[in-house]
Each structure stands twice: as structure tokens, then as C-alpha cells.
Design a protein around this ligand. Structure first.
Ligand SMILES: [Zn+2]
Length: 389
């Protein structure tokens, strides 16, 4: 029922368009041209529609042999070869097309783009890059840029990735702050590993200029400051993450705890840090924040305060990870908090799971209600399958 309605939605404008066209085109001319098309063309089209690419290719190869000068036909054939994974044959066709002196510049660009896709498919990235960059400043630039961007990203050519992303932003009108900031962070991290401190500083600032909420930039900047012996500056950097994105606090809590407990020059005092991290746990109650807070509280306020912290954490935000921390530190906890927590987890673990699509269900099915496959439900519960995701 739905399909019919959708079909009409598409068909109506088409019919209007046809009516418009019929008034302007000599319909007899169209019929004459259609009659002139070789029947092999329709045979190939039919086979393609029925997804028999193997036989469609055979038909097209025969046709292409008879009509060497037909660029469209050669392009269609090469496209089929690439789709079948025979990239070497696709490359040969595209390369010989490019050698045709009669090819106009628009077709030359199209073939160049197709050839670049062949090279990408074959993993020949250098040659793909050459052909894609040849398309910059042509009408095909907007199609070449995304391919070029993923190529530079795969090759970890971050400077070129940034330049390409900027160009793509202009061509498409869609800003890409997250990606550009991450490319800068890749440069910063590399420079950090090679002790090129000036480059780190520059790249971190560029990342934040591209995306002011880039937490990774401040993480790296803090690490650099700490390595340079300025714990105060490191802590200031890391504390900025709270206002950038509180969801990333687990990534910084451990760093803050270690810097404070190492007691480097200018580090904040331990009880200030304990309160800071308690605040972080309220904003983002994860086990990593809890671990960091526990370490600092143990040192600053003693074991009793630390074990009270764990008990509070399990009560406020019950999780098996938090509970295991509580048990590790010699506190058995109380069964009242344990029972609902266990119930919640065992409910999840006692489901059945489709091996074809991953759909979970409380009952066992012979046919999956999600993907309709048969006999894809093992008669074992999720926990017994050793799947915990
Ligand atoms: Zn399924």
C-alpha cells in the first residue's frame, strides 16, 4: 500500500514534465531515434535491471567492440568492470579513452574522475591523487574534493587534509569544524611525540580556532605544559574542558589527579582537587572520574572519606563498574543497592540475540522479527553466548 502511494508521489511530477515536454518535442523524432538504438542496448539494459551484471557485461563488451567511438558505452562498460571488482580492465578502458584526441574537455574530466575511482578501488592512492587534483578548478571539483579528503585522511597527510576540507567547505557551503580541528590535533599529537613543542602550540591554537569546543586540543596542550614543568598551566588547560564538553571529563580526570598527586611545581592543593573532581563526577558520573576522585580523596581526606565516596557513588549512580570498585576496596556494600542493580543487568543478559542482525528479544524466535531470517536465534541467553555489548 505504502509503495503504491510513494510511486504516485514520484510519478505525478514526471507525468506533468512529460506533458510539458510533449508539447515541445517532435514525438515522431523521439520514436525514430529509439528505433535506431540497437536491440543489444535494450538487452544489456534489461540484464542490468535484473541485476545480471555478468551477462550485461558480455553484451556490452560485444557492443563496445562494434562501436569503438561511443564514449558513453565505453564508460558504462568500464563502470561495470569496476563494480565487479575488475579494476584493471576498468583502468585500461578509461586510459584508452583519455588518449582519444576527439574527447571534449567535459568528457575528459568525467573519464579522469572515473579513472581516479578505479585507482582508489585498486589501492593505488598516489595515482588516484594525481587524477583527483587534476579536477580542481573544474566543474567536477565538488565531486573530486570528498574523495581527495578521504584519501589524505587515509594517508595521514593532515596538512593537505586541512587544505582540502577548507576548499570543500567553500564548494559545498557546509562547515566542517570538527574534522578540521581533529586534523590539527593529529598534527599536534605527532609534533608532541617528536618533541617539536613550537609546532604543538601552533597546531593546538589552530585546532581551537577551527572549533573552540575541541577538547582534544586542550588535552594535548595540557600534556605539553606538564612536560615543560608547568603543572599550573597544564591544570588550567585541562579545566577548560569542563566548559567545552562535560562528556569528555573522564578523559581528563585521571590526568588532573596524577598531576596533583605528583605535586609538581605550581600544582593545586589536594583538597581543592578533591572538590574539583567531586564536581566532575556530578556532571559526568563514570568509573574513570570515580577512580580519579577516589585516588585524590584517599590522599587528601583519608580512607574513610574515600570509602564513603564509593558508597555514595554506587547509591547515586548504580553501575557494576562502580560496585566492583567498592568491593575491591574492602567494602562489601549493602545488598539493598545490589539487588536492583543485578536485576537490571541480568534482564539484559537473559535476552536472546539474532546472530544475523543482532536484534535482542525476551523470547526465543524461529524467525527474527527484525530481519526475518530463519533459525538465527541460538537457544542460549546473551550471557551464555559471551556477548556483553
Ligand atoms: Zn535478525
Amino acid at each position: 500500500m505504502l509503495e503504491i502511494e510513494f510511486w504516485w508521489l514520484v510519478a505525478l511530477p514526471v507525468f506533468f514534465g512529460l506533458g510539458w515536454a510533449a508539447a515541445r518535442i517532435d514525438i515522431r523524432q523521439v520514436i525514430r531515434e529509439a528505433r535506431n538504438l540497437p536491440s543489444a542496448y535494450f538487452r544489456a539494459l534489461n540484464l542490468l535491471v535484473s541485476e545480471d551484471t555478468e551477462r550485461a557485461t558480455d553484451v556490452l563488451v560485444d557492443m563496445a567492440r562494434a562501436e569503438r567511438g561511443n564514449t558513453e558505452l565505453q564508460l558504462a562498460l568500464a563502470g561495470l568492470f569496476r563494480r565487479k571488482g575488475e579494476t584493471d580492465r576498468a583502468i585500461r578502458i578509461h586510459q584508452s579513452l583519455l588518449q582519444e584526441a576527439t574527447l571534449d574537455s567535459a568528457d575528459r574530466q568525467r573519464v579522469t574522475f572515473e579513472l581516479a575511482l578505479d585507482f582508489l578501488g585498486a589501492g593505488l592512492l598516489d595515482r588516484a591523487e594525481t587524477h583527483l587534483t587534476a579536477l580542481l578548478d573544474t566543474p567536477l571539483e565538488a565531486r573530486a574534493l570528498p574523495k581527495l579528503l578521504s584519501l589524505y585522511s587515509a594517508e595521514k597527510e593532515w596538512a593537505q587534509a586541512i587544505e582540502t576540507a577548507r576548499r570543500l567547505e567553500q564548494a559545498s557551503g557546509h562547515p566542517r569544524p570538527h574534522e578540521i580541528a581533529q586534523y590539527w590535533c593529529e598534527i599536534a599529537q605527532q609534533a608532541f611525540n617528536h618533541s617539536q613543542d613550537a609546532v604543538v602550540v601552533e597546531a593546538v591554537e589552530a585546532a581551537l580556532a577551527a572549533h573552540y569546543k575541541c577538547t582534544r586540543a586542550n588535552l594535548i596542550a595540557g600534556r605539553l605544559a606538564l612536560r615543560q614543568g608547568d603543572a599550573d598551566a597544564a591544570l588550567a588547560r585541562w579545566q577548560r574542558i569542563e566548559s567545552q564538553n562535560a562528556e569528555d571529563l573522564p578523559l581528563v580526570a585521571g590526568l588532573i589527579a596524577d598531576a596533583v598527586l605528583d605535586g609538581g611545581a605550581g600544582a593545586m592543593d589536594q583538597s581543592t582537587a578533591a572538590n574539583l573532581l567531586r564536581g566532575y563526577w556530578q556532571q559526568c558520573p563514570t568509573v574513570d572520574v570515580l577512580d580519579a576522585t577516589f585516588k585524590v580523596v584517599t590522599r587528601a581526606e583519608g580512607e574513610a572519606a574515600a570509602s564513603a565516596l564509593l558508597a555514595d557513588a554506587v547509591r547515586q549512580k548504580p553501575s557494576l563498574l562502580a560496585l566492583s570498585r567498592q568491593l575491591e576496596h574492602g567494602n562489601a556494600g549493602d545488598v539493598a543497592t545490589l539487588r536492583p542493580l543485578l536485576g537490571q543487568h541480568t534482564r539484559r543478559l537473559s535476552q536472546y540475540r539474532c546472530t544475523a542482525c543482532g536484534f535482542r528479544a525476551r523470547a526465543h524466535y524461529w524467525q527474527c522479527p527484525a530481519c526475518s531470517a530463519w533459525e538465527t536465534y541460538p537457544a542460549r541467553r546473551v550471557e551464555e553466548l559471551n556477548i556483553y555489548d
